[in-house]
Design a protein around this ligand. Structure first.
Ligand code: AMP
Length: 143
């Protein structure tokens, strides 16, 4: 299954934030949208900011959460995938890099984001579909 198909049902919406936004604004967006990552963007993609970055900064000093800007905590070197990537490639990249979010980029344009939760959902749907086919096949053979 290609990312193109997954995004067709999931949608292309990506919650973004400016690099100079206060960290508190990022926290509010994560909670409001019930998500784990924001793409940091001011024109082009500047970075990615996830719950893990918050945790790391907070563990260092709680003051950082009040004082810092998103750009101070984000990861600037963003790993992305294309619309043509398949689920296997996404799973491999997430596992090897130990990341749970991949922005989907096509011709330099942000087209969506895929999280590890989306991967699990897509796999679950795949398995359910295969089960239905097998049941229909077995029922057909028996009839
Ligand atoms: P995550 O597991 O996605 O919450 O991210 C763990 C760490 O990897 C955090 O420091 C993120 O900023 C960073 N990270 C997450 N996704 C990406 C990505 N696609 N490219 C680069 N870094 C990322």
């Amino acid at each position: 299954m290609k990312l193109r198909d997954i995004l067709r049902s999931k949608g292309e919406n990506v919650v973004v934030i400016r690099p100079d936004a206060p960290v508190h604004e990022a926290m509010q967006l994560l909670v409001e949208h019930n998500i784990g990552a924001l793409v940091v963007q001011d024109g082009e993609i500047d970075g990615i900011f996830t719950e893990r970055d918050l945790l790391r900064a907070g563990a260092e000093s709680l003051e950082r959460l009040e004082r810092d800007r998103v750009r101070d905590l984000m990861t600037a070197d963003v790993v992305t995938v294309s619309l043509d990537a398949d689920l296997q490639e996404v799973m491999r990249t997430m596992t090897e890099r130990r990341i749970r979010h991949l922005p989907v980029v096509e011709d330099g344009v942000l087209r969506g984001i895929i999280s590890i939760g989306d991967v699990v959902n897509a796999l679950r749907r795949d398995i359910e579909e295969e089960n239905q086919h097998l049941h229909a096949y077995i029922a057909g053979v028996r009839a």
